[in-house]
Design a protein around this ligand. Sequence first.
Ligand SMILES: Nc1ncnc2c1ncn2[C@@H]1O[C@H](COP(=O)(O)OP(=O)(O)OP(=O)(O)O)[C@@H](O)[C@H]1O
Length: 801
Amino acid sequence: MAKKISKKNTSKTKSKVTLKKPSLKLSNQQKLVYGSLLIIIGVLLFISFLSFIFTGKEDQSVLSNFPERTEAYKNWASQLGAWVSELFISRGFGIPSFIFSGLVFLSGVYVTLNLKKSRLTKHWIWGTLIAIWLSILFGFFTHKYDFLGGTIGFEINQFLQDYIGKIGTILLLLFGLISYLAIRFKVTGESIVSLFRSAKRNINEDLTLDNETVTVAVDNSLTEEAESIKSAFEINLEQSEPTISKHSSPKSSSEEVKIEVESTKEKEAETSELKVEVEHIAEEKSETDNLSDKLVEDFGLFDPTLELGKYQFPPLDLLKKYDNEGISIDQEELEENKNRIVETLNNYKIGISSIKATIGPTVTLYEIVPDAGIRISKIKNLEDDIALSLSALGIRIIAPIPGKGTIGIEVPNKKATIVSMRSVIASQKFQQSKMQLPIAFGKTISNETFVVDLAKMPHLLMAGATGQGKSVGLNAVLTSLLYKKHPAEVKFVLVDPKKVELTLFNKIERHYLAKLPDSEEAIITDNTKVINTLNSLCIEMDNRYELLKNAFCRNIAEYNAKFKARKLNPNDGHQFLPYIVLVVDEFADLIMTAGKEVETPIARLAQLARAIGIHLIIATQRPSVNVITGIIKANFPARIAFRVTSKIDSRTILDGSGADQLIGRGDMLYTQGNDLIRLQCAFVDTPEVERITEFIGSQKAYPDAHLLPEYVGEEGGTNLDIDIEDRDKLFREAAEVIVTAQQGSASLLQRKLKLGYNRAGRIIDQLEAAGIVGPFEGSKARQVLVPDLVALDQLLENENQ
Ligand SMILES: Nc1ncnc2c1ncn2[C@@H]1O[C@H](COP(=O)(O)OP(=O)(O)OP(=O)(O)O)[C@@H](O)[C@H]1O
């Protein structure tokens, strides 16, 4: 502990030392020596200059003998004083040279007190400029060299007057003054106007007030001019009707205003002069903090990956490398397309001032800047004509490209290049991403890897006609997460009505999948089970919200960080929460068979689950409005559209056309609520997924898949007329388990009696019929109505009588 304290102390003093670091590399003693020397020089200069005004002329004659020691000088600072003054005043800036003596003095003060160097520099720059300006001003009034404006003032004046005349010089000086006020004191035209206005208002106010008053009250906020006007009136009124004063309140208010303004000005000056020294205050610690600190000290941060500490992430070699990955520029094709675009547009009298091509993996974007005055809608209307003349499918016109002011024409490449999963996974962008759930979708039109955070989306809707790359897209999402997240950090709930698309992931069931307690297979292929799973996820969501509430956290990231820091007690039910990603393939099929029963929990999850780390990915072939309903759409801002067959479908997914003009095979549009981004989806083939799942599956796993909370569906609902004879053989044993634990849950029975979900559910119903447990209460366990085993015995005996 002592060690700890001393450590803390040193760190505290360290931070103080760094804060007090001197800006000039001089010791404090040196600073005092140099500073006072400068102050003395400043004073001497001032004395010399002052003396020069009176004695300068007399010393003139002997100055030529400088530095003859025997010569007698009248200057109060003798020879050197006379000489320096001659240099500064007579041959230099004239009277404004006093400014330099002040600046030297000020420098001394700054060095001695170690004040901010940058401010001193500012003083010097402004001081010099003012000296020059004053010198020119004084020089304007003199007709020969003299001490008022010095040689500099005189010569500059001569020069200026030769070129711009006297009036020009005056105006130039005025301009200098205005610039100075504007830059130095931030004076603006408006502030001058408002100054005049407020002065005018004050005068008016006083005039009206003074009509009712007699007393003379000095209003500090008035200008001199206004004051004189005011006093004139006051005198008049004083003479006419001497009565009571009502003046005090407006006066004080105006004074108040003034004081406030002044004090803020003062404050400003203070803040720029003063250095802030940050006092480190030791954080107050609560009892739990101390405990968690100690736990962290003893055992380190909680590591959720520890149970599978030896888990190895799949290596990149499992992914295939393709030969035709690099983008090859076909100059001929580029030239040909460019010419055709220009020609076609010319046919419609649309001139182009410039054209630029960006070659992507599947399409090339031609960015054109049309001649001035051409309407964008005109080009957009010619979409089909341009497509025809380019004899290419899938032309998409973006008019205008958001944020650029150019028009984009996307033309498919004759030879598309494949974007391999390997290339996007290996990219720096993905490897170094600090996102919570990073997904490498593919590459953009400018061939950049596109990585997004699923946690930020927070749910994804994917649609596209059959064979356009949806399943590959889903695999790309899952592969991305497998390459980045440890089994402890993310769990998948997979729904695959087609039964073939996601089966490969069965191999990683005990690593990455989550399932209902009673189900044999983790991947859900049966639509009726989907309803249970979705409701179970809703229960999980409610449970997680409860945990977050008890831990005073707003989201899963905060909660897990707190749990890792051992600030949450596992005995209170706290645990590390993995992200849960629900993937539903063929959502249309599900909606058709289950309708509202599916839509309601999906909508509920989509609305609420983002903060507690449940994210939904829904894919569908049929993006019709009865599948992607308004409520679903509203909760899925992130959408991906592969190629669809009609404009209407495109509109359903993206709220606009575009998806119907894609070219298929992984060509897709992504939106997260605003712009559409065209991407080429990364290609991951079945053998690759197989290799990855095999690699993961062959490693040590958890004993079971991640279990979701139990959900008793309505079909498992109570039939309270259960005959005593029909009771399960394990009924009594089950009743004892429930009464002992005082917890009416089917999962408890499953665990204790090693039952399947359905049988445990049935026994619970029988227990309810017998009056041992209360009715179903949604996410909560049922209430146990029998207090102990003695009471249970009595109850069952009474039944038999
Ligand atoms: N990103 C891609 N890059 C290259 N080719 C792709 C890509 N995505 C898909 N393809 C090609 O398209 C074929 C069909 O893809 P996929 O099986 O993903 O379609 P789908 O939309 O899931 O179809 P369905 O809805 O019928 O299952 C793939 O076998 C592959 O040849």
